[in-house]
Structures are given as structure tokens and as C-alpha cells.
Ligand binder design. Structure first.
Ligand SMILES: Cc1cc2nc3c(=O)[nH]c(=O)nc-3n(C[C@H](O)[C@H](O)[C@H](O)COP(=O)(O)O)c2cc1C
Length: 353
């Protein structure tokens, strides 16, 4: 049963971060809904040799420590990305650090990688793996705020957590860790990728593909540089995008000028533009994950047509509740059929043809 319509007014009475923690607690306690979504092979996606039941997943930042992976899959998602996980535990920034922009359908956060650390997360991920349930698990890693060696942190994350990951994400695009986004420069990124490869080399068995998550605020040149690296095979995919430090002029909510990263509705257009640009720069040769402001099946489908093989969602779940997941998955099937596509994979990048 979906309790969200009942508890939503209560969640709006408390601070956004308390609401977030209550929702995690509820899910962990088994109070989350279980939705049936279409198990249609037309919606299935195969990437990096992995089978995604459908292309919709949870973006990073909701389940930072991997506490509610099973309950998230029960919503009908094709994949769940946990993290960002830092090597050592850290508290993140002082509160308040999470703001709901109700009038704009947006969220501003400056959490600053609050993380239980890699050891605690590894326990959670191992417990989920031990249950043998299906579902593609993404593991998103970052660096500690006080670390002086970013590459060592990403290498350590890969070494400790890579074994649980169906795909691994190098997050270098959160605006809330000083200097983090500078790691998107080609020289730094190459160093990080090298450290991650070394970390993964220590693992026995198959290595997960490595994706890089980028900011929507990169200029054309920086984006072209990263796309060229991706095209050259230095990484296995790109996630586009993280939150933005920009503030569109038409925001109306009281908290619109809070510092941090903006997500949700106002991010849809800019992040989809960067996604399309990445598709063009990579000639459609690199798997792209479209994230930013997805709040309907139409939005998710627009990301796919712009070049996304997979679509991530977070902020709009805050406003729409978990039933957004089956609405999007069902709607995708309808929209692709309307356009005459037999399989969702055939719609990827359709806008560019
Ligand atoms: C509260 C909050 C926390 C987030 N934390 C992370 C994080 O730890 N790591 C990360 O890569 N992205 C994080 N994100 C960014 C989301 O994964 C996503 O890229 C962004 O919010 C755009 O998608 P959305 O508009 O659907 O939320 C966070 C977003 C929000 C709203």
C-alpha cells in the first residue's frame, strides 16, 4: 500500500532533512509500497553486459549509505544508485542544509557528502547482495572533505566497494565539497581514473564499468574534453548531470538563494541540453545516464530521445511520491509505442537522427 498521500502532510510539517530521514526509516522498517511495473522486454536495456529490467533508476544522494536498496527496487526501479560514499565517515555540512523549493518543484542541498563511510556502506551492500535479489546496483564514490589526496580516496573507494557494484560512479560534480568540481579537468580526471583502475585491479573477478558524473555547469570546452576522454574509452559512461550552482531568474520560492546545488524541475532543461550536447560530442558511442528534473514519463522519454540509455530520478520523488516510478515506467512503454519504436533502446538519441 502506498502511504505517501497519507503521510505527505506530516512530512511537510517537519524540516526537509527530517522528512528525508523519516522516509528512509519508514522504508527500512518495511513500510514502503510495492508496485507492479510492466515487465515488458521492450523496456529492458542491456549495457556493459548487464540486464536492466527497465531504464528508470534512483539517482545518487537519497540512499547514501545503501540502507534501503531492497525497498527502492520494490517501487519498480530498474536500477538503484547508492552514495556518494566517502572512504571515512564524515558528518557533512552544518544544518540546515536541505531546502525544498515548493513553488518551483526544486530542491537545494548543501549536504556536503554526509556519509557513514566505506566500511559501513560495504556491510549494507554485502547484506543486500547476500539476499540474491535481482536489480542493478550502482555505487557512487567520492572523497573526504579533509583529504589531501583525492586520487587515493577514489582508489580506496573502488577497492573497498567495487566488488558490490554493477557499475561504479566517480562523482566529481557535487558543488558542496570545496575543489571537487576542479577534478573534472582532464589531467585530474585521468589521474583519478588511473587510481580507480588500480583500486579495481585489486579485486578478484569481473570489474564493474566506471562512469563519471558531471556537472551541468561545465563550459563547452570542458565538456568537449570530457567527451573526448569518454570517446577514447577512458571511462565506460557518463552521468549527466549533478545539481547546478546556477539560479534561473524565474525561481519563486523563499529559499531560492540558499547556497548549494539546485535540482528538480528547474534543472530539467539545462541538464537535458548538456545531455544532448554530450551525445553529439561522443557521436552516440558512449552510454549516457540522463538525470535532472525528471518528474513524468514525458520527461524521462525526452532524456532518452536526447541520448540517455538510462534515466535517474530523485528530487521529483519528493513532491510526487513513490507512485511516480510506476507512472514513468508505464508511460515510457506508451510513448515509445506511439513513436513506433519496438524497444526502448531504439529511441535512444532519436532526436539526433
Ligand atoms: C538531497 C540531495 C542529495 C544529493 N546527493 C548526491 C550525492 O551524494 N551524490 C551524487 O552524485 N549526487 C547527489 N545528488 C544529485 C542527484 O543524484 C541528481 O544528480 C540531481 O539531484 C538531479 O536529479 P533530480 O533533479 O532528479 O534530483 C543529490 C541530490 C539531492 C537533491
Amino acid at each position: 500500500m502506498n502511504l505517501f498521500p497519507l503521510v505527505r502532510p506530516l512530512l511537510y510539517l517537519v524540516s526537509p532533512e527530517t522528512a528525508h530521514n523519516l522516509s528512509l526509516w519508514g522504508l527500512a522498517a518495511g513500510l514502503g509500497p510495492k508496485f507492479e511495473v510492466p515487465r515488458d522486454p521492450a523496456l529492458a536495456v542491456t549495457l556493459w553486459g548487464k540486464h536492466f529490467a527497465n531504464p528508470l533508476g534512483l539517482a545518487a544522494g537519497y540512499d547514501k549509505d545503501g540502507r534501503v536498496i531492497g525497498p527502492m527496487f520494490d517501487l519498480g526501479l530498474g536500477f538503484v544508485e547508492v552514495g556518494t560514499i566517502t572512504p571515512r565517515p564524515q558528518p557533512g555540512n552544518p544544518k540546515p542544509r536541505l531546502f525544498r523549493l515548493d513553488e518551483d518543484g526544486g530542491v537545494i542541498n548543501r549536504l556536503g557528502f554526509n556519509s557513514a563511510g566505506a566500511e559501513a556502506a560495504a556491510k549494507n551492500l554485502a547484506a543486500w547482495r547476500a539476499r540474491g535479489r535481482p536489480g542493478i546496483l550502482g555505487v557512487n564514490i567520492g572523497k573526504n572533505k579533509d583529504s589531501t589526496d583525492a586520487a587515493a580516496d577514489y582508489g580506496a573507494g573502488a577497492r573497498r566497494l567495487g566488488v558490490y557494484a554493477d557499475y561504479l560512479v566517480i562523482n566529481i560534480s557535487s558543488p558542496n565539497t570545496p575543489g571537487l568540481r576542479d577534478l573534472q579537468a582532464v589531467a585530474e580526471l585521468k589521474t583519478l581514473l588511473g587510481a580507480v583502475a588500480d583500486g579495481l585491479a585489486a579485486l578478484k573477478g569481473a570489474k564493474p564499468p566506471v562512469l563519471v558524473k558531471i556537472a551541468p555547469d561545465l563550459d563547452d570546452e570542458a565538456l568537449a574534453d570530457i567527451a573526448a576522454l569518454a570517446r577514447a574509452g577512458d571511462m565506460d559512461g557518463l552521468i549527466i548531470s549533478n545539481t547546478t550552482i546556477a539560479r534561473p531568474g524565474d525561481l519563486r520560492s523563499r529559499d531560492r538563494n540558499e547556497a548549494g546545488g539546485l535540482s528538480g524541475r528547474p534543472l530539467f532543461a539545462p541538464s537535458t541540453r548538456v545531455l544532448a550536447q554530450c551525445w553529439r560530442e561522443t557521436g552516440g558511442t558512449v552510454p549516457l545516464v540522463g538525470v535532472g528534473g525528471v518528474g513524468s514519463a514525458e520527461d524521462a522519454y525526452a532524456k532518452i530521445r536526447a541520448g540517455a540509455s538510462l534515466v535517474g530520478v530523485y528530487s521529483c520523488l519528493v513532491f510526487e511520491g513513490p507512485a511516480l516510478v510506476p507512472r514513468i515506467v508505464e508511460g515510457l512503454l506508451r510513448l515509445m509505442r506511439k513513436d513506433g519504436f519496438e524497444r526502448i533502446a531504439d529511441a535512444v538519441g532519436a532526436d539526433h537522427r
